[in-house]
Design a protein around this ligand. Structure first.
Ligand SMILES: C[S@@+](CC[C@H](N)C(=O)[O-])C[C@H]1O[C@@H](n2cnc3c(N)ncnc32)[C@H](O)[C@@H]1O
Length: 367
């Protein structure tokens, strides 16, 4: 982790403007920094030779911004650097084929969930050269491998998001998608709540699909097949088509293994037969008044969690609250500056579960 050790720290009063940064406030051992391109926290820890300065993982920006903050922090303290490991660290360029959950997804035509080795994802890109394909995957090594192939084969119609697919579909406009593919999802026989296919996912898929657009589930797990069929049948205005042991256009690595083992392969095609209403979700993450009566026990709701973890004092009245909010399986770590007009140090990703957690936070602590 890039860090520096400096010999002394002055008693400073914030905010302080320096050459490349603005140091906004101090909350115990955390200092809020703003540069032209980022807003984040750095941490100060006592060290046997002085003070260790490192970045805060939750708000971590790219390394060039961290370097600016460290160097300006040295200057405002008129300190000397005793140790540093930052000069040799090179910036990893953001990959043009990667998207973030905060990016606009309104141009996506096709979604593949959990693309693994990416064989089918690349097949889709070639089959539909005029469509934009979004691959959603939680496993970073798979993503890196597929990014290399995309670059090598000069494919320009694939974008990738490293996130839980169950949170992404709600960001896609209604009636937009040509198709959604979920091929060989992890069966999670003992942890059903982790399955990609669930009632919410099916509802969101149907909403995001064009009329006559389809979701294709392909699985080797009989259990997952029957469970999914039951969930699909909860939905109205759909056309369901089931197949067993029918070869598909392309065989994935997993499929090859299952076929060798003589396992059955099941397909479910769910076609959406109606035009869904547009979603106009404007997520307002503001607070009107100071959060009071803080309760630091984790709270678990049906679709989201709220866990206030720790409070760092800024002064007698104000504080910085570290918390985890949002989707039960993929909560977001955030900070709230709790003052007369509280605000998120960085606005949470604009997804439904974060917004529901935000509303509940206000209800709980604003009375
Ligand atoms: C069994 S593999 C199948 C990979 C590929 N579809 C195939 O057929 O070879 C399941 C993949 O789904 C990914 N995955 C599991 N849960 C996911 C989720 N909630 N969101 C996105 N990807 C997920 C896993 O990381 C894994 O790569």
């Amino acid at each position: 982790m890039p860090h520096i050790v400096i010999d002394k720290i002055k008693n400073l009063s914030f905010p302080i403007k320096s050459e490349n940064c603005e140091f906004l406030f101090q909350a115990e051992n955390l200092i809020a920094v703003k540069t032209e391109n980022a807003k984040f926290l750095i941490q100060i820890r006592p060290h046997k030779n002085g003070y260790l300065i490192k970045y805060d993982k939750i708000t971590r920006p790219i390394i060039s911004e961290i370097k600016k903050a460290y160097l300006d922090f040295v200057k405002i303290n008129e300190a000397n650097i005793i140790f540093e490991n930052i000069s040799g660290i090179k910036e990893k360029l953001p990959n043009k084929n990667m998207l973030e959950i905060t990016d606009d997804l309104s141009n996506v035509d096709i979604v593949e969930v959990g693309f693994g080795s990416g064989r089918h994802l690349i097949h889709l890109a070639k089959k539909y050269p005029d469509k934009l394909i979004l691959g959603i995957e939680i496993h970073k090594p798979s993503i890196e491998q597929v990014l290399r192939r995309i670059e090598h084969e000069k494919i320009s119609n694939i974008k990738i998001i490293n996130h839980d697919a169950r949170l992404i579909l709600s960001k896609i406009p209604s009636n937009k998608l040509h198709s959604i593919y979920v091929h060989f999802p992890v069966p999670w026989d003992k942890k059903e709540h982790r399955r990609v296919i669930n009632s919410d996912f099916i509802k969101e898929s149907k909403r995001a699909l064009q009329k006559n657009g389809f979701l294709h589930l392909r699985t080797d797990s009989e259990n997952y097949f029957s469970y999914s069929l039951e969930k699909f049948l909860e939905e109205d205005k759909i056309d369901l088509n089931i197949k067993k042991n029918i070869p598909y256009e392309i065989t994935s690595k997993y499929e090859e293994r299952w076929i060798k083992q003589g396992k059955n392969i099941y397909d479910i095609f769910m076609k959406s037969l109606e035009i869904s209403p547009e979603i106009k979700e404007e997520f307002d993450f503001s607070f009107e008044k100071r959060l009071i009566n803080l309760d630091f026990t984790p709270k678990v709701y049906k679709n989201f969690v709220i866990h206030l973890e720790k409070e760092f004092k800024i002064n007698e009245k104000d504080s910085l609250i570290r918390a985890t909010i949002g989707h039960f399986n993929r909560p977001e770590h955030i900070y709230i500056v709790n003052s007369d007009k509280p605000y998120y140090f960085k606005i949470p990703a604009p997804i439904k579960e974060n917004y529901l957690a935000h509303l509940e936070l206000k209800r709980l602590f604003n009375g």
